[in-house]
Structures are given as C-alpha cells and as structure tokens.
Write a protein of this length. Structure first.
Length: 332
C-alpha cells in the first residue's frame, strides 16, 4: 500500500528550506571574440533589490577592457564586460567565489572563437572548472540532462505533488494515465515558457504550485473515507491542469539561466528528458517500496498509514502560507 510509505520523512526534514526552485542557477556566458578577448555575461539570482553573493574569479592575468555594467531585472542581477586574457583561457581555471557557501548551482557556457562550445555545471561542492581547448559534445548534452534530473529530484514540491497523486490513485492503469497527463502538461508549458511564448512570475507561480499540493490533501482524506469527487474519478484531468503550472516551475530552472537562443532547442530537449527520468525514478522507487512492504507483510499502525497523506496536506498548507507571505512582503 503506497500510503504506508515512510519516505516522507526526508520531506519533513527539508520543509523549512524547501522553496523548491527559488534557488535558481547562476549563469556565466563567455564568448571569445579574439584570441585573447572575451565578452562576459554574468547572471545571478536575486530577490527584490538583493542578489546572491557569488562572483566570477578569472585568472589574475585577465584585465577589463570595458568596465562591468550591472543591472537588476526580473529578479536577476546581470553584469556585462569585456576582458583581455594574455594567451587565451585554454587550460585556465575559472572559479565562482562564494558558490560553496550557497545551495545554488552555476551553469557555464564558453564559446570559443571557432564556434566550439563548452557547457559546464558548477555546484557548491565543485565551484571551479578548467577551460577545454576541445570541449566534448557529449559532456554538453550530459550537463543539460543532469540539470533536469537534479531539478526534479531536489524539487520537493513537485515530488510531493506526484506522491499525492499516487496516494489518490489505486488502479495501476489509472496511475499510468495520471502520470502521463502530468508529464504531457508540464512538458507543454516547459517548452512554451522556455521558448518565450508565455511566462509566469516566479513568486506567484511558487505560491500556486504550493496550492496545488494543498488541494490534494483533502482529496486523499476522501479516498480514506471511501468518498468520491471529480479528482478521485478523473485524477488525470487534475494532473493535467496542475501539470501546466508545474511546467512553468520546471522552466524557471532552465530559462532563468538566460541561455542563448542557439542552445535553447538542445537545452529544452535534454532538460525535459532529465526531468522525466527523475520523475520516473521517483515513481518507480515509491512502487518498489510499496511492493517490498507488501512482501514483508509489515503491519503499520494507523498513524503511520496516515502520515504520508497528512504530510502532503500539511506541507502544502505551510508552503502556501509561506509563499503568499513572500508575495505580500515584496508586493508582487
């Protein structure tokens, strides 16, 4: 029985800091325009007038050709400048100072003079990278794929919504339809948002995603009581509708990096594949644990059976209040 799963323990542990996807990746774009000259765009997540305190450290020999020009737009701080690096940057190490003290990642895109591109994802545990003279296309693809997988697996709110759907749906065929509907819906809005055809402000979006989780709480209780509702009869419809919201949330992890248009198609495809792989892994893990509990014939106390459902509702309510308060605070 899926509602016997106790995996919700980690959800409760990370709840106070799970603004899921509010810690957006930083983005560093470096374009070589001459053998020793590079145009640099440095984009850092922000909130209001504040920005994340992380900075690009180039080799000491590099000097500014133009002074840094910074601006705050759409909750992100952007800085542009041109630098001269004697001998070029091949083999040089570039470091993101302060990244190790955050929970954010940094996506780096370096385009060489001959058009070859190196894409690297930096993390708090690995805040530096070495410029490659001949970057691998497979590594570029793997970077976007991993970014999508990590985005869903660290997106506690998205995973909790999927868990809520699994607690409502008992029939395996209906569960397949429901998860498929959720996948199709968020793939649509992920593509629409990433391609710039539509957008949703991040703070209201996060509040709406939290509300979608809260919505599932009472529906789970109705299932326990043997009652019915539109959600219980047609869970795939609800999954599709709310999946459209969650797709905009997924897009925030890709679009907020400010990727250049030349990378959008590849990034969108591989990022979405990464999201789906992470989601399928989560669903498989839940089903495997439920099957294991049945084989072991574990007799759970009533409070343990109810814990996952109440966790979905409680965290949904907590995040809704928390994120609504952020909206009111910043007047968004």
């Amino acid at each position: 029985m899926i509602r016997a799963l106790l995996l919700v323990g980690p959800f409760a542990v990370v709840a106070p800091r799970a603004f899921a996807h509010e810690v957006r990746p930083a983005y560093l774009q470096m374009r070589q325009t001459a053998p020793e000259t590079y145009d640099i765009l440095w984009k850092v997540p922000g909130q209001g007038d504040l920005r994340l305190g992380i900075y690009v450290e180039l080799p000491v020999a590099c000097t500014n050709v133009t002074e840094p020009r910074g601006s705050m737009l759409n909750n992100a701080f952007s800085e542009r400048r041109t630098v001269n690096c004697p001998g070029g940057l091949n083999g040089a190490t570039i470091h993101i100072a302060g990244l190790s003290a955050t929970m954010a990642d940094a996506l780096v895109r370096l385009q060489h003079l001959d058009g070859r591109t190196q894409v690297t994802r930096l993390t708090p545990a690995s805040p530096s990278f070495v410029v490659e003279a001949s970057p691998s296309r497979w590594r570029v693809a793997g970077t976007y794929l991993r970014l999508g997988t990590d985005h869903i697996l660290t997106g506690v709110d998205h995973l909790l919504f999927v868990l809520g759907l699994m607690l409502i749906v008992r029939d395996r065929w209906m569960l397949l339809k429901t998860i498929t509907a959720f996948t199709v819906a968020h793939s649509i809005t992920l593509a629409v948002a990433t391609l710039g055809l539509a957008s949703a402000p991040l703070p209201p979006l996060n509040a709406a995603i939290a509300l979608s989780i809260l919505f599932l709480g009472p529906e789970i209780v109705r299932v326990w009581r043997g009652e019915t509702s539109l959600t219980i009869r047609y869970p795939w419809v609800v999954a599709f509708v709310f999946g459209l919201l969650h797709g905009f949330g997924f897009a925030s992890g890709l679009k907020a990096t400010g990727l250049p248009q030349t990378d959008i198609a590849l990034a969108l495809l591989l990022f979405n594949v990464g999201v789906e792989l992470g989601q399928l892994f989560f669903v498989f893990l839940m089903l495997a644990m439920a099957w294991s509990f049945r084989q072991l014939e574990i007799r759970w106390p009533r409070w343990a059976l109810a814990l996952p459902g109440y966790t979905v509702g409680t965290l949904g309510a907590y995040w809704t209040i928390q994120r609504t308060a952020i909206l009111l605070r910043f007047g968004l």
